[in-house]
Design a protein around this ligand. Structure first.
Ligand code: NDP
Length: 246
């Protein structure tokens, strides 16, 4: 039997990049998977198609992660589709790289609302359905712990906050048998942070392995934390970053 048979997961921002890889991996491990997206209906449909083609179950739900009502409705839709919810992956996130003194309040609000407020609202909605064995998995960042490249001040502040959100919430819901963990990727080749982009060289140089990671590197860690062998891990920030702290 696969690790996640008879489990249901919701992945925010599951239409592209790391979120799409997580959705596919959780489905490959036996979970039914709901993904949310903001604008990319076609990309989300492709993810669902790929999962179904491999014999899995998936649905895509349009829900801007910053819109509390839409997110709550998405959680209810996922529960209606699969009859349960066991795993929430708070993946949707963004960065607007630029020097702090040039960033507008609007840009900073955009980053805070998606990366932090979005985590709050999805988690509150999901907790109504998570029981013993439930998993909340946040996608933070290695820059939530240690800053390496300039231009990501607001972004790293939100990811540092996600790290402490993880620790704090783990204390509140631990007695119910629910774990809360934070996966901290290093540079991963996606639309948000292309390995061929202007910012790629300093990020590559900052890793011990001298290369970008792949979306599947993060999906593998999420699958482990979602699975039964991770039942005693909670409040943790687990870094998958090619050694950016080295
Ligand atoms: P991408 O930009 O490649 O993908 C983002 C995904 O989130 C898309 O599916 C997008 O769908 C969705 N999304 C964006 N805005 C919203 C929104 N408002 N509501 C709902 N969904 C939304 O990003 P990555 O895959 O690179 O990043 C995923 C997570 O990993 C983020 O939290 C990021 O901070 C984190 N991370 C990434 C790293 C990297 O190097 N790539 C490093 C460290 C952390 P749509 O287009 O439909 O809106």
């Amino acid at each position: 039997m696969a690790n996640l048979s008879n489990k249901a997961a919701l992945v925010t921002g599951g239409s592209r990049g790391i979120g799409a890889a997580i959705a596919k991996r959780l489905a490959a491990d036996g979970a039914s998977v709901a993904i949310t997206y903001a604008r990319g209906a076609a990309a989300a449909a492709e993810v669902v198609k790929a999962i179904e083609a491999s014999g899995g179950k998936a649905v895509a739900i349009q829900a801007d992660a910053t819109d509390a009502k839409a997110v709550a409705a998405a959680v209810e839709a996922a529960v209606a589709a699969f009859g349960r919810l066991d795993v929430l992956v708070n993946n949707a996130g963004t960065a607007i790289p630029k020097p702090f003194e040039e960033a507008t309040l609007e840009e900073m609000d955009q980053v805070i609302n998606l990366n932090l407020r979005g985590v709050f609202v999805a988690t509150q909605a999901a907790l109504k359905h998570l029981g013993a064995g439930g998993r909340i998995i946040n996608i933070g960042s290695c820059v939530g712990e240690r800053m390496m490249t300039p231009g990501l001040v607001a972004y790293s502040a939100t990811k540092g906050a996600v790290k402490m959100f993880t620790q704090g919430l783990s204390r509140e819901v631990g007695p119910r048998g629910i774990t809360v963990n934070n996966i901290q990727p290093g540079p991963i080749d996606t639309d948000l942070n292309p390995a061929a982009g202007d910012w790629a060289t300093p990020q590559t140089e900052n890793t011990a392995l001298k290369r970008y990671g792949h979306v599947d590197d993060i999906a593998a860690m999420v699958a482990f934390v979602a699975g039964p062998e991770a039942s005693y891990i909670t409040g943790a920030s687990l870094t998958v970053d090619g050694g950016t702290n080295a």
